[in-house]
Design a binder for this molecule. Structure first.
Ligand code: GDP
Ligand code: MG
Length: 452
């Protein structure tokens, strides 16, 4: 395939936000409406992602009379909402998510994980749109199935409009407090420094056409360079998963390039692709565990890969392909470079806390956060996965030198009972959280306590 501005790949979109704001429902809603009509409209469920072809988006946004001439082939929406998939969509320190949807419950406003998501988006410099979801919860809301939001708003009573206005103003103020300008979306307006708010209902579909239109139009307009298809493989491991009958597999997002059966891959393990799998098209019948085999797959797509040795693969690591003219050692070095850029964030003095996260992506994010001037916590050791006794031993080294650093910050990982016990016996502190700044708060509280 050629690399030029008239050959764009699908933008990759992540859905983020606080629990229960309707992230999953929103995805269902975008996917579902056409399926209900017995016509999936070319929507394909992929591994870890759903592909919405441009044709489908055009159909869904027809009512907006936007005369949509989409240049992108479609939109690839990551299926597993949350910060983990966002942070794992990375390669050599930069994010691979082209655009995100930050879902906010109109009745609740900004919540802890909304702010966490905001911080991640800021850190990675990712553009996003706010879906102000659950508008149907406004008291007295008149349902207008799948209508553009302006049309739906026109049907509402003065009282509903007033409630909406009140909530909107409040939420815009909350964003302001986070240092962000937000404004109700207006497709005809250039909104450079302002983030767009699109009101939606994931239950009755109001505002979904607007959301789809903004997502595609915005990415097309501002990211032609980023979205220009490239032949060089750009691929990242989203999840390492054991599947019955297949053994350990990796779910990857292939952003650019083509993967083939038999390709030698590095990342950081070295192996060869046994099979490239996507869910069977018959998946509508909910036949679990049946996959379709592919000889080759072109990005952007979500793919399951089977191969030997994948139990040592790391979520969040980039995957490299050894081409016919490539030197394996060189590719290995590049792959290690990716790991090293994360490792290089460790404090050289040898003094600091130990941090542990579930994936390379979340580890990188946590390290980045700890390095910011406002936080500034030195790190001496890092690890991926469950906290074991050996990790506690490693942290205990600091007991003699600086007691407060004999600490493990465990982000979104488990701690074995043996590790807890050992930590207790030795006096090593373990703080656990699934929100980054909660870890910081706990640690800060502990330090202040020690000082007193
Ligand atoms: P997630 O945790 O962000 O994935 O949230 P879910 O999609 O699981 O939704 C949480 C709850 O909110 C579920 O009971 C949904 O049915 C409900 N919900 C989601 N979106 C809407 C909406 O737009 N309107 C209303 N009324 N309820 C919603
Ligand atoms: Mg969910």
């Amino acid at each position: 395939p050629k690399e030029s501005e008239d050959n764009l790949r699908s933008p990759i979109c992540c859905i983020m936000g606080h629990v229960d704001t309707g992230k999953t429902k929103l995805l269902d809603c975008i996917r579902g409406t056409n399926v209900q009509g017995g016509e999936a409209g070319g929507i394909t469920q992929q591994i870890g992602a759903t592909y919405f072809p441009a044709e489908n988006i055009r159909e869904r946004t027809k009512e907006l009379k936007a005369d949509v001439k989409l240049k992108v082939p479609g939109l690839l929406v990551i299926d597993t909402p949350g910060h983990e998939s966002f942070t794992n969509l990375r390669s050599r320190g930069s994010g691979l998510c082209d655009i995100a949807v930050l879902v906010v419950d109109i009745m609740h406003g900004l919540e802890p994980q909304t702010i966490e998501s905001l911080n991640l988006l800021k850190m990675r410099n990712t553009k996003f749109i706010v879906a102000l979801n659950k508008v149907d919860r406004l008291y007295g809301w008149k349902t207008c199935h799948n209508a553009p939001i302006e049309k739906a708003m026109k049907q509402q009573s003065r009282d509903v409009k007033k409630q909406f206005e009140t909530q909107l103003v409040q939420i815009i103020t909350q964003f302001k407090e986070q240092g962000l300008n937000t404004e109700l979306n207006n497709m005809d307006k250039e909104m450079r420094e302002t983030y767009r708010i699109v009101p939606t209902s994931a239950i009755s579909g109001e505002g979904i056409p607007d959301l789809l239109l903004v997502l595609t139009k915005l990415t097309e307009k501002t990211m032609v360079e980023n979205l220009t298809y490239r032949n060089e493989v750009q691929c990242t491991v989203l999840e390492v998963k054991v599947i019955e009958g297949l053994g350990t597999t990796i779910d990857v997002v292939l952003v650019n390039g083509v993967l083939h059966e038999g390709d030698q891959i590095v990342g950081p393990i070295v192996t060869s692709i046994r099979a490239l799998l996507t869910p069977h098209p018959m998946n509508e019948l909910r036949v679990k565990g049946t996959y379709q085999n592919h000889r080759a797959i072109k990005g952007a797509q979500g793919i399951k890969i089977t191969a030997s040795g994948l139990e040592h693969a790391i979520a969040g690591a980039a995957l490299y392909v050894v081409g016919p003219h490539d030197d394996l050692e060189e590719v290995k070095e590049t792959a290690m470079g990716d790991m090293k850029s994360v490792l290089s964030r460790i404090d050289k003095s040898g003094e600091g806390v130990c941090v542990q996260a579930s994936t390379l992506g979340s580890l990188e994010t946590l390290l980045e956060f700890l390095k910011t001037p406002e936080v500034n916590i030195p790190v001496r050791g890092i690890s991926i996965g469950t906290v074991h006794k050996k990790d506690v031993m490693k942290a205990s080294v600091m007991l003699e030198k600086k007691k407060e650093f004999a600490t493990i910050l465990a982000f979104d990982v488990k701690v074995t009972p043996e590790a807890w016990k050992l930590a207790d016996d030795l006096g090593v502190k373990i703080f656990m959280a699934d929100i980054i700044y909660h870890l910081f708060d706990q640690f800060k509280g502990y330090i202040n306590n020690l000082k007193e």
